[in-house]
Design a protein. Structure first.
Length: 158
């Protein structure tokens, strides 16, 4: 697969709004995943080859939390605590689809309060708040894949 073909696939994913696209030709495999439109991951070749990460536009959630802040940077406000994912998996805001979310934006939380679940390898891992404060924003959409260290919630400490 040539670089021009990969660029065409990236443009196709961006134009159509596809969340994930994977193409395999022989031993070469290309996968483009747009998680919240924050980052596109492109993996080229067999599993032993390197991955290339291309920046895309910032997600609406990250812009709402802190305008001008890129993913992974610390917030400008010292009273804003980012709850980050301790594992790779799938983010769920409620214990089941028919139940309400664990927390809502604007809700006061205490240490130990369950904020969400991250499913990893068929195990449901409860993510608890580490500080007391008010949930200022939810930075991940329900059902979205998350990476290790990715910010999930912004909590304003009190």
């Amino acid at each position: 697969m040539t670089v021009d073909e990969i660029r065409e696939l990236i443009n196709l994913a961006a134009e159509t709004g596809i969340a994930e696209l994977e193409v395999q030709r022989g031993d070469n495999r290309v996968r483009i995943r747009r998680a919240g439109f924050a980052v596109q991951d492109v993996v080229i070749g067999p599993p032993s080859t390197a991955a290339v990460t291309l920046p895309a536009g910032p997600s609406a959630a990250s812009q709402a939390a802190e305008p001008g802040r890129e993913k992974g940077e610390k917030p400008n406000d010292p009273n804003l605590f980012l709850v980050k994912s301790p594992i790779v998996g799938t983010f769920y805001e409620a214990p089941s689809p028919e139940l309400p979310p664990f927390v809502r934006v604007g809700e006061r939380v205490q240490p130990g309060k369950v904020l969400c679940i991250i499913e990893s390898m068929k195990l449901m891992n409860e993510i608890e708040c580490e500080t007391s404060g008010v949930v200022e924003s939810k930075l991940v959409m329900n059902g979205q894949p998350v990476e290790y260290g990715e910010a999930l919630f912004a909590v304003r400490t009190v």
